[in-house]
Design a protein around this ligand. Structure first.
Ligand code: ZN
Length: 283
């Protein structure tokens, strides 16, 4: 199943898209798709409602596609998690996951406008596999125990301002939490539909020019390891999002450093998780 939130910002309607591309409204089941809904076995309840044919078909005509999860409690990001990306940035391949946080308020819809911050000359892109947590995870015993805490997956664009990130502070947060810096979606694809999260192609282009073309099989720390690892140091709660890192091909690593300018159009896709596109504008 593909969970969606449709409508104007702050007024999204929860919905589910099934295998035959029909979209059903979920307003009878929940007011929103958020951590509380996932924690209350929301995905199972959608499955039961679909099986009993009790959901209304939703007319999606003209409805904006919002982020598929409302108000993540936190966004945890893994840096340098693909060896080719570590290499292009001149960083060593890390011995442990590089962990940083991103402001959850940066989340916008898959097709929303993204703002280039004032004073920015180095706004960059990062296509990433996002993991959405469905059950609380603390001190998980092993990476094999992580499947039951993952609700599903989505495309994430971990938009980054490199000067703010790397030159203005020894921590990366300043260049990661600018307004609109985390397009998410269009769907939260439930974990049962993603047979192997380590075999997904991820692609990103700018103005039609291919920039990133990677595969999650090349992650240094795979999804199960990352979720287990994080659970040793923080409590992961339903609705939390983990951005699992980006493959090579960001502007920072390209010879002509083609950072984003107002009017640029960025398109992203991950196998089975749909497509995103954003136009960048000056804040
Ligand atoms: Zn990233």
């Amino acid at each position: 199943m593909k969970l969606m939130r449709l409508g104007a910002p702050g007024k999204e309607i929860p919905a589910v898209r099934t295998g035959d591309d029909t979209v059903y409204g979920l307003s009878d089941l929940t007011s929103d798709i958020d951590g509380a809904f996932l924690a209350a076995e929301g995905i199972d309840r959608i499955r039961e409602a679909l099986a009993s044919d009790s959901l209304p078909v939703l007319d999606t005509e003209g409805l904006r596609v919002g982020a598929p999860i409302a108000r993540p409690g936190k966004i945890v990001c893994i840096g340098l998690n693909y060896s080719d990306h570590a290499e292009e940035t001149g960083a060593a391949v890390p011995a442990r996951p590089v962990v940083f946080m991103k402001d959850p308020a940066t989340v916008v819809g898959a097709y929303d406008q993204v703002l280039i911050p004032r004073g920015s000359g180095r706004t960059d892109w990062e296509v990433e596999l996002a993991v959405v947590i469905g059950r609380q995870a603390r001190y998980l015993a092993s990476p094999e125990d992580t499947a039951s805490v993952i609700a599903g997956y989505a495309i994430s664009n971990d938009v980054s301002e490199r000067e703010f990130q790397l030159d203005f502070s020894p921590q990366w947060d300043l260049g990661k939490s600018c307004e609109t810096f985390n397009p998410l979606g269009p769907w939260l694809v439930t974990a049962d539909e993603v047979t192997d999260p380590q075999a997904l192609g991820l692609r990103l282009s700018v103005n039609g020019e291919p920039r990133q073309d990677g595969n999650t099989k090349n992650m240094i720390f795979d999804v199960a390891y990352v979720v287990w690892y994080l659970s040793q140091y923080m409590v992961l709660n339903p609705g939390d999002v983990i951005n699992t890192g980006t493959p090579a091909g960001v502007a920072l690593g390209l010879p002509d450093a083609p950072y984003l300018r107002p009017g640029d159009r960025v398109e992203l896709s991950i196998d089975g998780l749909g497509r995103q596109s954003q136009t960048f504008a000056q804040a």
